[in-house]
Design a protein around this ligand. Sequence first.
Ligand SMILES: Nc1ncnc2c1ncn2[C@@H]1O[C@H](COP(=O)(O)OP(=O)(O)OP(=O)(O)O)[C@@H](O)[C@H]1O
Ligand SMILES: [Mg+2]
Length: 578
Amino acid sequence: MNSFLKYAKPYKKYFLFGPIFMVIEATGDIVLPFLVAQIINNGAVNHDIPYILRTGGLMVGFSVIMAVFGTLGAKFAVNGSVNLAADLRFDVFSRIQEFSFKNIDDFSTGSLITRITNDITQIQTFAMSLLRGVFRSPVMLIGAVIMAFRLNSQLAIVILIVIPVLGSAIFTIITKASPRFTTMQEQLDKLNSDISESLTNIRVIKSFVREDYENKDFSVVNEGLREKSIAAMKMVILQQPVITATMNITTLAVVWFAGRQIIVGSMPIGNLAAFITYITQILMSLNLLANIFLQGSRAIASSKRINQVMETTIELDDSHAAFPEAMVEKGEIEFRHVSFRYFKTNHENVLDDINLAISAGETVGMIGSTGSGKTTMVQLIPRLYDADEGEVLVDGINVKDYSLKKLREGVALVLQKNTLFSGTIAENLQWGNEYATEEEMRAAARIAQAESFIDSLPDGFETDLGQGGVNLSGGQKQRLCIARALLKKPKILILDDSTSAVDTATEAKIRKSFSENLQGITKIIIAQRINSVIDADKIVVLNEGKIVGCGVHQDLIKTCVPYQEIYYSQKEKNKEGE
Ligand SMILES: Nc1ncnc2c1ncn2[C@@H]1O[C@H](COP(=O)(O)OP(=O)(O)OP(=O)(O)O)[C@@H](O)[C@H]1O
Ligand SMILES: [Mg+2]
């Protein structure tokens, strides 16, 4: 919790004066019943109209002050808690932006969403009730007890019996409920993971007609959340009836005892009215305190989850880079005895002792069966993951010795599973370079063979893309992604199966324009079709995480068995197609 104090600092004003204003309001609450008693005892009983008017006027004055400070206090509580939550949310969000792929895999997107929304809301709710009640409730509790004693110390003994009994009942309820809220929050994680996965993949779900399955899947998590919520709430709903019942029994007891005293004339009638109001106030403030504790326990559970995000070691850290100022200048790449696995505990290598040298400006094709490790291998170059053994060098410098920003500026990777964002085509292209001029965008689009289809759209470069580029075909999206990468003017360009949805004629044009326009750039082209890499300076053949062949097409076709297998299987297919 301590780590959240710094978020209150900029809003000191609200956190300091909010509770103070609430205390002023509470003081009014204490004084008013006393004045009512005075009016009844001295004014009403004796028909003393001026006394009633004077005391009544005083009461109006107190009410006005209470209204003003109550409103201010509530306003400060809202401002303080909402601002704190907004700042915290921003920090958590930007922390997540720093996460590596591995970090995100570890948390799951759904859980991150829950943390950034629901968990922060818990903290906000707690901060708000803290601001409203932290001083107000104790002041009201103690003040009302004192006033009750002043009115009638014999009767007030009843209160001294009631407070500990009620206090321990509430305490039991909260300690039972609190762990159940933690479980509820975890269940909410699962629900959000499920929702975010379904919504992101809604198109696939529809095309496989999996709606029923998804609904079933969802209903399981939803049912889980229902059960956990009811289990948690079951405890909390007890709180209110317990308090109300206590209040009624206490009032009854007080009226019983007071009745006798009034009959014998040892207690003025006005004091009874005030006394009962004080009992109500005592129980209400206990209730408020209980709520603060309850919300506090939920907020502690949530703040632990927030801290997990804030304190996660970011897998890919460049603070120890030996050459933070180095830039990728030539585009040479070398893999030296590189091994890698996604799950560090199980020793199955996804990449196994990879050795490969690529000179600046070379075009390298990569081919291999699905799951052979192609994507994994190229992701090590811009450090989306780090090698577990061996090293990856760019221009002779270990990638870990660059600043991540500079390294990634030099390396453009068109991911296999690519995404565009909502916004216009131009805005999407400017992800590659926010200052790109229209001519530069046009040039990049031309090389990627995207210019003509962009121009054929009614709004050209200003065409608005739906979320994720829904209104483009798969091949059009891929070409935009290539153009976006080109705008970075990288030294190394990696295309991970980025022309898979483009027809072979257009793909051939892309290859041609690459060799004409991108001479100084090192290009790695991962492909399923041998045709896509046939003219490459060298072709790397991967199989089960190992390089099983490396050379030009003419040599590989003679010497490399896995390559021959891929080549002939594709030839067969082509024949069948003819
Ligand atoms: N994020 C990940 N977490 C765990 N395992 C992964 C992850 N990504 C890939 N793998 C595993 O690593 C292996 C290599 O995957 P990779 O994506 O590198 O293959 P690929 O050669 O690119 O395949 P494809 O041609 O289908 O794209 C596979 O066995 C895959 O299951
Ligand atoms: Mg892949």
